[in-house]
Design a protein around this ligand. Structure first.
Ligand code: SF4
Length: 203
């Protein structure tokens, strides 16, 4: 069973190729000060439990759109990796023709990341900031395992399947800090990794 916050259909240009359905999961171990999904931390919420088969049935309604546009399903949140086993089951059972995207901070165990390595076609990684003090002040946690996970993920699936998001976070980092994040990733992770650098916070 799963713990789903929302299912959003007919999305274009926001989270993956073609027309997609976003499946947003509850739960996240970070506490970003500008989190746009604060509901994902709400323990009083009404739970929406689906089995893998039930979720696939909901997703399948839009299969013609996926096939026409090269779209499919995007797993987001909250932090979808916290429900990696459920996502793995869904990916094993759903059509191989549906494109699979995940939006994650990589703040999870390596086992959770690795479990989905063969299931996911494209990874949007919201890395936020390389400076650990800034990361801690913004999220409440250290980013050490995030960079370990990113390094291992690049080695496992290759740079072509990953886009790293680097935002400017008002009152937390500066353009100079962000430049340092870019340089670190280029030098220490992979020189040709796709980076999405933007001047506002969107997750
Ligand atoms: S990683 Fe995303 S869901 Fe989690 S606290 Fe940060 S913005 Fe919110």
């Amino acid at each position: 069973m799963s713990d789903i916050m929302a299912i959003s259909r007919h999305r274009m240009g926001t989270d993956g190729e073609g027309i997609t359905t976003l499946v947003g999961f509850y739960g996240c171990l970070l506490d970003c000060k500008y989190c746009v999904n604060h509901n994902c931390h709400n323990s009083e919420r009404i739970r929406a439990d689906y089995t893998a088969e039930e979720l696939i049935k909901v997703l399948a309604v839009d299969e013609p759109y996926y096939l026409m546009t090269g779209g499919g399903v995007t797993f987001g949140g909250g932090e979808p990796l916290l429900q990696a086993e459920f996502i793995h089951e869904v990916c094993q059972k759903m059509s191989k023709k549906w494109h699979r995207t995940i939006e994650t901070s990589l703040y999870a165990t390596w086992e959770q990341v690795k479990l989905l390595a063969k299931d996911i076609d494209y990874w949007f990684v919201d890395i936020k900031e390389i400076n650990d003090e800034i990361y801690k002040s913004y999220t409440g946690k250290s980013n050490k395992n995030v960079f370990t996970n990113l390094h291992k993920l690049v080695n496992l699936v290759g740079v072509d399947k990953i886009c790293v998001r680097l935002p400017l976070i008002p009152q937390y980092n500066t353009k100079e800090d962000r430049d340092k994040s870019v340089n670190y990733i280029r030098k220490k992770i992979a020189p040709n990794l796709t980076l999405d650098i933007f001047d506002y916070i969107r997750c």
